[in-house]
Design a protein around this ligand. Structure first.
Ligand code: SAM
Length: 255
């Protein structure tokens, strides 16, 4: 649990042209509960409030020609300055060109007191905004979606889970996939038999030591079979290394 951030409040501020996009986040589930309890703060900043023409236009044609529109730097620059309550506040731009988001970045960002997110639309934002104000360029994966809002939701939710109290039981965050570099073990609930398939016997045994060992082993099996790339980076304990050797040996015998 040593990596869980102790600060009670992280302020999330999101610059967007669609503030209503985020309303469901504040109404449902874990994030909403934490928001209502004041464990995190969340605010949208409407980019259009920083325009000064009758049409409240936030975008313009790209220099050099070509298709699509680009967010203009002037309103966006003003919005960022308004959003940052301190010079040190980190600014995150959601973009396909960014570092692919993961649990380590979530843990790192959960240490901040305030984070400003920029949701792009169209072809994206003027590069000078990135050069001048952005601290983190973050992508949610190697594909393109139509706007930064769904990406911001994903990233903000994942960061919030690392803030103490947001998830009721911190133990479940620590045991989640990726926290220790491995995938989660499989979960089962009632009934004991479903469509002819029984819950693994060990889970009914009441023997907590055996159950722990089974879960540890299954995390390795899941990771080895579904995401072997993670094992190259994971910092395995001696027990995990030993278990992994056994698992590989068993799999080798089966093939
Ligand atoms: N022209 C951009 C490109 O090819 O990289 C794509 C722009 S996309 C249509 C519009 C906005 O959606 C981006 O500015 C960004 O904020 C957001 N976006 C799209 N895909 C994303 C991804 N994989 N991760 C994070 N944000 C993304």
């Amino acid at each position: 649990m040593e990596n869980i951030e102790k600060k009670p409040i992280v302020k999330f501020k999101v610059i967007t042209i669609f503030p209503d996009f985020f309303k469901p986040m504040l109404e449902y589930g874990v994030f909403s509960r934490a928001y209502k309890k004041g464990l995190i703060s969340f605010e949208t900043i409407d980019l259009r409030d920083f325009t000064n023409d009758n049409y409240k236009s936030v975008d313009d044609e790209p220099y050099g020609g070509g298709s699509g529109m680009v967010f203009k730097p002037v309103p966006l620059g003003k919005a960022i300055k308004k959003a940052k309550s301190k010079k040190e506040t980190k600014v995150v731009y959601l973009t396909p060109s960014g570092r692919v988001f993961n649990s380590d970045i979530a843990k790192e960002l959960a240490k901040e007191e305030e984070l400003v997110f920029i949701c792009g639309r169209y072809e994206g934002i003027d590069q000078r905004i990135v050069d001048l104000y952005v601290d983190y360029e973050v992508s949610i994966g190697d594909y393109v979606i139509s706007g930064g809002e769904p990406a911001a939701m994903v990233v903000i939710d994942a960061i919030a889970r690392h803030v103490e109290g947001v998830v009721k039981e911190m133990e479940s965050v620590v045991k989640d996939s990726f926290y220790d570099g491995l995938l989660d073990y499989p979960h089962y609930t009632r009934p004991e038999t479903y469509n002819g398939r029984k819950v693994p016997e060990v889970l009914l045994s009441g023997d907590h030591k055996r159950i722990e060992l089974w879960r540890e082993k299954m995390k390795l099996v899941e990771t080895l079979t579904k995401r072997p790339d993670l094992l190259e980076k994971a910092k395995l304990t001696q027990t995990q290394k030993k278990l992994l050797t056994e698992i590989k040996e068993q799999l080798r015998k089966l093939t």
